[in-house]
Design a protein around this ligand. Sequence first.
Ligand code: GAL
Length: 809
Amino acid sequence: MNKNILQKFRIAIVMLLSVASISAQKKSRIVEDFNRNWNFKLGDYPTAIQSDFNASDWRTLQLPHDWSIEGTFDKDSKTKQAQGFLPAGKGWYRKVFTVSSKWKNKVVSIEFDGVFKNSEVFINGHSLGMRPNGYISFAYDLSPYLHFGKQKNIIAVKVDNDAQPNSRWYTGSGIYRNVRLVAAEKLHVAQWGTYVTTPEVSKEKATVDFKVSIQNDADLPKEFKVVTNILDANNRSVAQLESTEKIGANSNLEKGQHFIVNNPKLWDTKNPNMYKVVTKIYEKSTLVDEYETPLGFRYFAFDAEKGFSLNGVLTKIYGVCLHHDNGALGAVANFHAIKRKLTIMKEMGVNAIRTSHNPPSLELLQLCDEMGLIVQDEVFDVWKKKKVTNDYHKYWDEWHKRDLEDFIKRDRNHPSVMMWSIGNEIREQFDSTGVRITRELAQIVKSLDKTRPVTSALTENVPEKNFIYQSGALDLLGFNYKHADYPTFPTRFKGQKIIASESVSAYETRGRYDMPTDSIRFWPKKYGETFDGNPDLTVTAFDNIASYWGTTHEENWKAAKKYDFIAGTFVWTGFDYIGEPDPYPYPARSSYFGIVDLAGFPKDVYYMYQSEWSDKTVLHLLPHWNWKAGQLIDVWAYYNNADEVELFLNGKSLGSKVKKGDELHVAWKVPFEAGTLKAVSRKDGKIVKETEIHTAGEAAKIDLKSDKKSIKNDGYDLAYVTVSLQDKDGNPLPTADNLINFKVTGGAKIVGVDNGYQASLEPFKANYRKLYNGKCLVILQSNKKAENITLEATTAGNISLGTVSIKVE
Ligand code: GAL
């Protein structure tokens, strides 16, 4: 037997043994997906908590669900432009379910990952509690009120997102994250009841401190065994400890365990090696609970001069800020949608995400752990002083401590999380209350986790005027924008560790090109040359229109790259998001700041980052090649790994260019002539890469490309299909805006359509969409039918239909 087979054989035996022991032990924690078969209705129905309530006219749906994204854009919407003119309001969810009588002696709880917002949960007529914060995860114990056996239980959730405006960006409305039902034995690991840290890490050896909080809800004291295993990615135990404990009736016990792991595989952004801690609790020889905690071995540091290092290696933070919406799906937290978003970012070379400006979904953190993305985990956009009338300031006094504690407890075991941000551009930085509140929040964080720096995204960079800074409680100073002042930072903030927590805020529309491109213009007007907007509410995708508080992508990156003491930069933003389209008015309804548009199609500047941040060889040409004869076109190329780029038009050389100094692209001015524009990059005279773009002729056919060949038959999995028109030779038509109709058969339904145009008023839920600058997107979701999927696309005129087939597994 060769080594590989032996290894597999050994894994199989270990797995068999553990399966056998678990089944022999029979009962332990049961975690059930509780997303299906909910009824929903917009409006307020306080009597829906009663068992005899008639919900026959309520919709049946599967969570996660966002009702705002299903609505129509309304100029007079109370949510206003900041939330993309989509509706909010009140809504109720209701679910009828039975619980096996075998669960009678268990502790049954319901876990909500996030409900936007002001939720109140009722079980069989009893209120379990309210939760104003729409981004916080929470759970309730249902046990005292449950019926077992055949008798029905009614769970009802009231969601009140009516008081508007309440956010500076699109929030969505409803139970927009996952819900689970958890049945544990009376003796169990408490909610978020573990905490794992790695005080010493090296390639040779790591120490692990593990704390577990055990809850006994029984009226009797208990004696039990805690067995903890650290498992590697192949589920092999690399360390194990067990101890026998005693716990009183209805009480809690905290147990600490200390491990040594030899030769740990370190977690980093290229090799995100994950481990997990599995805690088993036995009463006599019966397994009563099993609980998993993620674990990664890494060490990191911020330095006032050198910036950030991961596992001892200096690593510039190539970050993006992301809001939580998933484009056409709205706020719905779907694992596959989040994975696509992060994959597109990772391919660009991103190594860090800032969860601006709220606690993220669980899935985002799990994916960042698995994919090797560093996280700046952010909790608040406001404290006690408001930014908009009905935002979180209303709940500050009563809830901030609880929300912050829950946020840290839920997220502190994820190795990807390396910074806690206690707030974004908080108003209190400008007055002395900032000192007290910052100290209080930092102290709350430190009481739960001392292993990560506490930071805050600041805008005031005059030290005496910034009271959050004055508190002395931040470990890491985050500055939003301020790129022009970087050279002064080491003297202004002597000895401080600094990161650009937010940067850029440049505006762009995918596929739109305005020329000439020679100057940077600011929008809205403040200083320098001004951009006054385009009549069709677009902004050129040549990177030269910036907000007056920000700058272009290139100028920002030049500044961040130049200074080692800037640990890195979080660009505002990785993706366009719904809301905040200003300075354009209605019908503009989503932002222009993304490096990638709302549909997930990269704007050209994506390749500037890819050429600087990733290992990929890049040679990207812009704009497209469909113009009027003789028109003078600015041609830009982003490239790397080469020392020159030569441009050819229809075979004729237009000369070679080289990036000079800190330049990030090269450019030519070319009188347009239809045909082929080709760029060739070379290093030491040898060709590195060639890129061609072609003038497209008449539309001949629709092209459909799915990002996946097959999807799972689970009701959740997604396939993203990109739609474009091609001429008879297969060249894409870069400015096409045809209306495309879709028909799907088999195991999927259409859950969203989009084209990335920030001022489109077409609905996100439809079976049609206009192309915008040549592209649109259809999002398909498994409908649980075990049938292969066919998506068909048709359009008017003499254009052949497009089809794509996707398998269902
Ligand atoms: C920042 C703010 C972000 C976003 C951005 C737009 O000041 O932190 O949330 O509003 O401006 O440029």
